[in-house]
Design a protein around this ligand. Sequence first.
Ligand code: SF4
Length: 339
Amino acid sequence: MTTNGQQEILLNVSGLKMYFPITQGIIFQRHVGDIKAVDGLNFFIRKGETLGLVGESGCGKSTTGRAILQLYRPTAGTVEFKGVELTSLKGESLRRMRRHMQMIFQDPYASLNPRMTVGSIVGEPLEVHNIATGKEKRERVRELLHIVGLNPYFINRYPHEFSGGQRQRIGVARALAVQPDFIVCDEPISALDVSIQAQVINLLEDLQERFGLTYLFIAHDLAVVRHISDRIAVMYLGKIVELTDRKTLYEQPLHPYTQALLSAVPIPDPRKELEREKHRVILEGDVPSPAHPPKGCNFCTRCPAKERALKETGINCDEVEPEFKEIAPDHWVACHLYN
Ligand code: SF4
């Protein structure tokens, strides 16, 4: 297994692509193009850390999470987890690896089967992976409910009897049942009331410390991931445009898209907020379709720094795609201004 500095690398993603084919015709379906949901990602996650993955809806964040867990089989690239390459695994060997990687879903209302009791929902992975059955399983489920802050006597209740925050705790207990090393948290708080969000974040942090978990934490805005992430990757139209540690990202964002996202994050101090208002970057236009991404830089249709890049570097961003490069230790950017 590789290491980076002192810390072991748990997950290494290289050249990851996830394309969904577009077909035409009713009887003879012709392949006429692809939706490039994820288009060549390179990053790693160290053991015990939280990598925040941020971007607007539809930028490919959730698809990335699913492709890592092999819930979608990637079109290209590799996903190395604990030194094992997952994209070539099948059947029993893939099932065995999946036990170490779990997912917490965005919508606690939709992700729990309404006809199953909490005991069956949380206990199901224990049976699937032959970890426990019968009395032992019920004991383990009670313990898991206790760990996530739910009353163990709720074991025979159904999802509709719980609040949104409690349902998300059930989802967390289910993910924890198989004692995973890595959890993809796919917008786990965005469907919850603001008052409940902090509780779920605190629970996830406590569990990380207690069980040495590693998280990929997906969110659509930078305010949410700030508290929980060690490092943050910013995603736009299927690609990561910037990745660095939390402090550097918030204090010295380099990519024009990161700068625009950050300028929209509210600041609690009203005086600073007024000052910042003057520098707010309003992005014009819409995100292009992932079926027809721009030829050069994928942000070129909305980038306020495009002219400056042409002047300073002589490179036309509409024509030439920037490389995702490490421009300082642990700071990667895909922009001609820094390449
Ligand atoms: Fe903007 Fe050009 Fe940098 Fe892309 S490469 S972010 S278009 S300046």
